[in-house]
Design a protein. Structure first.
Length: 210
């Protein structure tokens, strides 16, 4: 990946075409982003294995939190399909790590964007009163997951598609984060009919202080 960046930097210097230079810059930016993500994922994985991944717990308004995530995708012009938040969602408050929870949800959405060329991606949540948990889910209308890969998607270095961009570490890190929060992560998928990645989070009515 680093060699690609250096190679295209050399081509950028040699090219006189504005169109070619713009294309090389876009490729360099894309590979730089992938390299930074790889470094970040490896650092997180190392901290997880060492038991030193930091969690900062505080009260969080779930609806406002999800709306903030949506704003980040509203300004992305290069996404193939719309990223939506389900309507008429209630207000809940949970005690959690906002940064780590956002890491999980954005990973779900970014993965969905890689494999969804038409339709939509939907973020939603609902309360399960029996288990006193809130279930978050990201559902796409993409290519789905092959049956032989579905049970392995949360393992390290497993990629849903060998041609897709990414490190193969994101979903494994998501599982570790959700495990630390004492919750459960999972996926339902049918090849050719999309996927639904989900996780639960403990909910305590006493946290409703916002």
């Amino acid at each position: 990946m680093g060699l690609k960046i250096v190679g295209f930097a050399s081509l950028l210097v040699e090219s006189d075409s504005k169109e070619e230079r713009r294309e090389y810059i876009n490729i360099m930016q894309e590979n730089t982003d992938l390299l930074l993500q790889l470094i970040s994922d490896i650092l997180d994985l190392s901290k997880i294995e060492a038991g030193t991944l930091e969690f900062t717990m505080d009260h969080l308004n779930v609806k406002s939190f999800c709306e903030d995530i949506m704003r980040n995708y509203d300004i992305k012009e290069d996404k193939a399909v719309p990223v939506l938040l389900a309507s008429n969602l209630p207000d809940y408050c949970i005690y959690t790590d906002k940064k780590r929870l956002m890491q999980v949800i954005t990973n779900f959405i970014n993965n969905a964007l890689k494999f969804t060329s038409e339709g939509q991606i939907l973020l939603e949540y609902h309360l399960n009163e029996n288990s006193q948990t809130i279930e978050f889910s990201v559902t796409d209308t993409g290519m789905g997951i092959a049956p032989d890969k579905k049970e392995h998607v949360f393992e390290c270095f497993v990629k849903l598609n060998s041609f897709s961009k990414g490190t193969g570490l994101g979903l494994s890190i998501c599982r570790s984060i959700i495990d630390h929060l004492g919750s459960h992560i999972g996926v339902e998928s049918e090849q050719g009919a999309g996927s639904r990645f989900r996780f639960t989070h403990l909910y305590n009515i006493k946290d409703e202080i916002l």
